[in-house]
Write a protein that binds this ligand. Structure first.
Ligand code: ADP
Length: 613
């Protein structure tokens, strides 16, 4: 009874695995074949030609060698012999040549496809919902996708090539069976049993390798951080001044050991299986073939030329049938790796995206009882926020570090969605708007803004091809924020590349210059709502004051939200919201709040005023 239950469970598991494999195959080939065909059709024609040459080539020897031997043992007609040999040599040469040309062409396509699919994954990373960029599951999936499309699956060619090879092997197999079966009927079944045993072992080896790969993806990412990220010069100052290199190397070694432990575990399990598979089975195959065919020859059932033909045919049979098995396993194995890429490309959105069009240039924003907790955190960062920012209002958001000011902006920009409550734009929940149209409403400058290693002006334009008009406008904005002269005085002017990653003439802008560029980028976007989240922290108070004055002038008529620790910026604003511990503790004009007895704003202002008076 127990035995039966066990067997039924095993059968159920097997069926489940088969269904899973079919789903994976469908998803991988359903994605890659059409996309690869659409991209480069030539690859498929080359592969089809390769299938034919690979399938036909073994038969040149199988057909001509016994003819030559028969002629040598029989008539010894030199004319006939020369004809056979010339045919054999020419055909071998032509097919050999073709088979050595194809890999070179395929290699070129492989490189092209690698670039193409790298671009596909890069685009997906850039378009991924922001909150997923901090989500461990999504990051692990990205790592699995990158590895899966790299060495593990062999890229597009690694996935598609076994399909074509399979066709070659099947054609070869059919030809060989037609030659062998009439003359040595038992050879095929016996060799087939050996192939089946070998298949079982290979399957086990592949399974061990696949499990190991999944286990390593997490370690790979951490490892990547230590090996590549921390080598970035941006960390250079902190590492040197805080003497952090020993700690880094210690951590690196720790993960290296972890990495090797997993690898060693895999290798120990695989070695005995590999030895048995590669060595013992091959010896058995040769022994059986030679004994059986030798026996047929000695007993006069086949001639010597036929025996030589069958020996080669038997080897080709073995080669084609193991080819089919290997290709099948490769298809399943590589599809499993490549499926990680497909899963990442289809990674579901973390936030709902509507399709309502955004209309007009003036927008009123309302936070209604908004509560938000960061994914994975226990306590809410924002609690029951109620706040309205009418069109054209200039709002200053102040509060101590960690009060939730930046989080408020992130929710407004839909980098995250609230857990409770609603954010409305013009009375409609922001989730209902078309995502990219909604994004176009905001021009934020975050504390941790990033400039790209492109030219200064490209950092503002952020478009593939900009016309003269756009360039003039961008230069005008740079002038307004006071960064134009800095670049105009350089050899390459506004085309000077930022940072030195690619260009020796690139410059390292100072913190303040970077902030001015980031502000210029936001102003150039010319969006209806402009947000400055403490981007002026690296500027001196005078420069900050100047920027705010110019900024105010440029954003006149637009909605502006400022987050700043320097309360001097508040005097520009119509309203001030004081955040404290995730809530709006005070709300009003500067004059209202500064005179409020025991108020947070009044206290903060008094504390700062003594430095500015
Ligand atoms: P403020 O801008 O007022 O200084 P933030 O909105 O940046 O405050 O942060 C509010 C709180 O949320 C802080 O305690 C901070 O540690 C936490 N926090 C910020 N970003 C994240 C995040 N990505 N994941 C988890 N907690 C976060």
């Amino acid at each position: 009874m127990r035995q039966r239950v066990k067997m039924e469970n095993r059968k159920r598991n097997k069926n489940g695995n088969q269904n899973k494999s079919m789903t994976v195959l469908k998803s991988v080939y359903g994605y890659f074949l059409p996309s690869a065909w659409k991209r480069y059709k030539g690859y498929f024609f080359v592969m089809a030609a390769k299938v034919m040459t690979v399938a036909v080539q073994p038969f040149i020897g199988i057909i001509f060698t016994p003819k030559i031997i028969a002629e040598l043992l029989g008539n010894r007609d030199s004319g006939v012999l020369i004809r056979y040999v010339v045919c054999l040599v020419i055909l071998e040469y032509v097919f050999g040549l073709l088979n050595s040309v194809f890999p070179n062409i395929v290699e070129r396509y492989t490189a092209k496809y690698n670039n193409y699919y790298t671009a596909v994954i890069s685009r997906k990373v850039m378009e991924l919902d922001f909150q997923l960029t901090e989500d461990k599951k999504a990051l692990d999936q990205l790592e699995l996708a990158k590895n899966g499309m790299g060495g593990y699956s062999g890229g597009l060619n690694g996935i598609v090539e076994p399909l074509f090879s399979m066709v070659s092997s099947v054609l070869m197999l059919v030809g060989v069976i037609m030659i062998v079966v009439p003359q040595a009927p038992f050879l095929i079944p016996v060799l087939a049993v050996l192939v089946a045993v070998s298949y079982k072992f290979n399957k086990k080896i592949n399974e061990i390798e696949r499990k190991n790969y999944t286990k390593l993806s997490g370690t790979d990412r951490i490892f990547g951080y230590f090996t590549w990220e921390l080598m970035d010069f941006r960390y250079g100052k902190d590492i040197r001044l805080y003497n952090a290199e020993n700690m880094m190397m210690g951590k690196w070694n720790y993960f290296l050991e972890d990495y090797f432990k997993t690898w060693n575990g895999m290798v120990h399990k695989m070695i005995p299986l590999r030895i048995f598979n590669d060595f013992t089975i091959n010896v058995l195959r040769d022994v059986i073939t030679y004994f059986y065919l030798g026996f047929l020859a000695i007993t006069g059932r086949i001639t010597i030329p036929t025996m030589t033909q069958l020996v080669t045919a038997a080897a080709t049979f073995y080669q084609s049938i193991t080819g089919i098995m290997d290709n099948f396993q490769n298809i399943v194995k590589r599809a499993n790796y490549a499926n990680e890429f497909v899963k990442f490309i289809a990674y579901p959105d973390a936030i709902h995206k509507g399709d309502r069009a955004v209309r007009g240039e003036e927008h009123t924003i309302t936070f209604q009882d908004v509560t938000f907790t960061y994914p994975g955190a226990d306590t809410p960062v924002l609690k029951g926020i109620n706040l309205t920012v009418s069109a054209g209002t200039h709002l200053s958001v102040v509060g101590l570090n960690g009060a939730g000011k930046t989080t408020f902006i992130k929710l407004l920009c839909r980098l995250y969605d609230p857990d409770e409550g609603e954010i409305l734009m013009d009375g409609i929940n922001i989730k209902e708007y078309d995502y990219s149209q909604y994004m176009s409403v905001f021009a934020p400058v975050f504390q941790d803004f990033k400039l790209f290693s492109f030219s200064a002006i490209e950092n503002l334009l952020l478009m593939e091809e900009a016309g003269e008009e756009e360039e003039m406008a961008a230069a005008g904005v740079m002038r307004w924020v006071g960064i134009y002269d800095k670049f105009a005085s350089l050899k390459n002017g506004l085309d000077t590349i930022l940072f030195k990653y690619f260009d020796d003439d690139g410059i390292e802008p100072s913190g303040g210059e970077q902030q001015k560029l980031a502000i210029a980028r936001a102003l150039y976007k010319n969006a209806p709502i402009v947000i400055l989240d403490e981007p002026t922290a690296a500027l001196d108070p005078v420069a900050e004051y100047e920027i705010y004055c110019q900024f105010e002038e440029m954003v006149r008529g637009k909605t502006a939200i400022y987050i700043s620790h320097r309360l001097s910026s508040c005097q520009f604003c119509d309203k001030i919201a004081v955040f404290s511990d995730g809530s709006v503790a005070e709300y009003g004009t500067h004059d209202e709040l500064v005179n409020k007895q025991g108020g947070i704003y009044a206290e903060m202002f008094a504390a700062q005023a003594q430095y500015y008076v």
